[in-house]
Design a protein around this ligand. Structure first.
Ligand code: NAP
Length: 481
């Protein structure tokens, strides 16, 4: 049987992961279409001051390509981007990437995927794999007058490095992981930093330990240390953080207690009151930071918790009528996490589009496939375990599963496959029953929640996700061979 042809959309972390899995399986006929001019996805787009990954680097990396040279327990974003860029070369992926080309549409004819791109290039493939990320489309808040501000204004994922920051009055809107990291990164550089908070968030205290020269040299000489480091962090995050999120128990109590104790670091009772969240720790995505409370207690940092009423040419006006004059405006207001895979137009053989299939919200079969859409796979698809776990580990599990199907095609066992609608419905029903047990439904608003008020996340442990993908249930598929 001829090698199947595979098209991957996106050369971020998960697209690279998929490509490497294919190469390791001996599949060479694949192309990655990447709309930007470089690999790295979110790590290419996000370059804001203070950016680090809040998952330990020893676990936020490919298990088959561990990096002995991480400089910190939680390494800076630029280091992660450089790692991904290196991986693209070391694993022979770059020559498969077509940069500056966005996949705009793909239609399955019943036999193959026919693919259209922004540059007019057309392609055909046996398998289409979307690796378009979760947090990709910046969310711009509908604050009146936002466009009237006369100084530089930009979203955190589109940082304008041409704008001088030293000594200037900078406003940051939003206190999610991004707003917290920017505040920590900019405090002391800005002349005055104003952090506009709509909802206070719990902060898990973490110390970002640097790895010394000796540690790095030891890891370079003894790769087993890298493997042990990976397993150790995987174990701790799985056994503590992941458990805390999905069910009540000592893990939830422990993390809650650590967050509450951390808040006591804020000496001024009024500031502490403002920083006290109205919900339970982890209801929104848990923020990990060692420096945030120190930063907000500085004299040159102000936490503004009055609601924003409008933006004017000179600054931000809050509902108490005060004009906060600023020089630079940063929107750390998050992403449209529910725009999975879009705006690409995917069409099934019966003419149905993915938009139509997802009218009531994104859903999938086991996070990776979709009934009616043959030979289509998602990386980081709907309900992937994307809480505080390593997305790299999730991508690896999904890429291995997808590669399994591509091998079956190569072996002549499968021409087209798609999960059965009833199997998909049963899986989604089980998930709907499990979701209310998670901490995300304990009464807060967050980007995790979909139209139906339920989280679009995995309600079991990441290990259960890996186990589920480890054993494909062939009877749950319509298979043509
Ligand atoms: P986010 O968690 O969605 O937070 C957005 C923030 O903007 C919230 O504080 C929100 O307030 C505020 N906001 C939104 N619209 C507003 C408005 N109109 N007026 C005032 N405030 C407004 O976004 P994010 O911080 O960019 O983080 C998104 C996700 O990216 C994280 O959850 C995480 O998964 C990922 N991330 C990861 C890392 C990492 O280190 N691994 C770092 C950064 C981001 P409300 O809370 O009131 O809605």
């Amino acid at each position: 049987m001829a090698d199947p042809r595979v098209v991957i959309v996106g050369a971020g972390m998960s697209g690279l992961c998929m490509a490497i899995a294919l190469r390791r399986a001996g599949v060479r006929d694949f192309t990655i279409y990447e709309k930007a001019g470089a690999v790295g996805g979110t790590w290419r787009d996000n370059t804001y001051p203070g950016l680090t990954c809040d998952v330990p680097s020893r676990f936020y990396q490919f298990s088959f390509a561990t990096n002995p040279d991480w400089t910190h327990l939680y390494s800076p974003g630029a280091e992660i981007w450089a790692y991904l860029d290196r991986i693209a070369d070391r694993h022979g992926v770059r020559e498969h990437i077509v940069f500056g080309t966005e996949v705009t549409a793909a239609r399955h004819t019943g036999e193959r995927w026919q693919i259209e791109t922004s540059t007019g290039v057309r392609d055909e493939a046996d398998f289409l794999v979307t690796a378009t990320g979760v947090l990709h489309h910046p969310r711009h808040p509908g604050i009146p007058g936002l466009g009237t501000f006369e100084g530089p204004a930009f979203h955190s994922a589109r940082w304008d490095h041409g704008v001088p920051l030293r000594g200037r009055r900078i406003a940051v809107i939003g206190t999610g992981s991004t707003g917290v990291q920017i505040t920590t990164g900019l405090a002391g550089t800005a002349g005055r930093l104003m952090l506009f908070q709509r909802t206070a968030q719990w902060i898990l205290p973490v110390r970002n330990r640097p790895y010394g020269r000796l540690t790095r040299a030891a890891h370079r000489r003894l790769p087993v240390l890298d493997r042990l480091g990976y397993r150790w962090h995987e174990f701790v995050i799985s056994k503590v953080l992941a458990e805390a999120i999905i069910r009540p128990g000592w893990q939830r109590t422990l993390i809650g207690a650590l967050c509450r104790r951390n808040l006591e670091k804020v000496a001024d009772p009024e500031l502490r009151r403002k920083l006290t969240p109205p919900d339970q720790p982890m209801c929104k995505r848990l923020i990990a930071s060692g420096g945030f409370y120190d930063a907000v207690q500085r004299d040159d940092v102000e936490l503004v918790d009055d609601a924003i009423s409008r933006v004017e040419p000179r600054g931000i006006v809050t509902e108490d009528g005060r004009l906060h004059e600023i020089d630079v405006l940063v929107l750390a207001t998050g992403f449209d996490a529910h725009a999975y895979v879009r705006p690409m137009r995917l069409v099934a053989p019966d003419g149905r589009t993915l938009d139509e299939a997802w009218r009531d919200g994104p859903h999938a079969y086991r996070t990776v496939a979709m009934p009616g859409f043959p030979n289509l796979f998602f990386l980081m698809g709907p309900h992937s375990p994307i809480g505080n776990y390593s997305l790299v580990a999730i991508a690896e599990a999904q890429a291995a599963y997808i590669t399994g199907w591509i091998r079956r095609h190569r072996a002549g066992l499968v021409t087209t496959m798609a999960p059965k609608p009833e199997a998909t419905a049963a899986y989604n029903e089980a998930m709907r029953k499990a979701l209310p047990r998670t901490i995300w439904t304990s009464g807060c608003s967050s980007w995790y929640l979909g139209k139906d008020g339920l989280p679009e996340l995995w309600p079991w442990t990441p290990r259960e996700h890996a186990r589920m993908l480890g054993k494909p249930a062939f009877t749950e598929f319509d298979i043509r061979s």
